[in-house]
Design a protein around this ligand. Structure first.
Ligand code: DQA
Length: 138
């Protein structure tokens, strides 16, 4: 099974960015653990970009033949009709992930444009949310 984790803006700073909210681990460290954990069953890839268009290009690129997309669109979750449209336009199911519990935070984080096009949503479980999301595709 081919599964890709796509992280949006500012998630390249995980481990350094507001660690009291997002934790002290870098995503690169966590990704290695995850890749190992699922290595028997999953061909796991990782892509990160701070650019909306690059995220859309990646969704198009993988969205007709990968088995699953795990997407944390960061702040674009709350703003991007374009990413929502990209998800609506492809075949591969998407699981939406948020590291923090967005519903316990500012009200502008309560609405997601992308949830409507997600197979399911995992919110507030830290980096483990990515692990849970991958499992939903097994
Ligand atoms: C986030 C929540 C978003 O509101 C925020 O803009 C992020 C990260 C999360 O994983 O908790 O960048 O998606």
């Amino acid at each position: 099974r081919k599964i890709i984790i796509i992280n949006g803006p500012n998630l390249n700073l995980l481990g350094r960015r507001e660690p009291e909210i997002y934790g002290y681990q870098t995503f690169e460290q966590y990704f290695e653990i995850l890749k190992d954990k699922f290595s028997e069953t999953v061909d796991l890839e990782y892509f990160q970009s701070n650019h909306e268009g690059a995220l859309i290009d990646k969704i198009h690129e993988v969205g007709f033949y990968y088995d699953g997309i795990v997407l944390n669109a960061g702040a674009y979750t709350h703003t991007s009709i374009a990413i929502a449209d990209a998800m609506a336009g492809v075949k591969t199911p998407v699981v939406e992930v948020h590291i923090s519990n967005v519903h316990a935070r500012e009200s502008f984080r309560h609405h997601s444009y992308i949830s409507k096009h997600s197979k399911g949503i995992i919110i507030g479980f830290g980096l483990r949310g990515y692990d849970f999301a991958v499992q939903t595709f097994l």
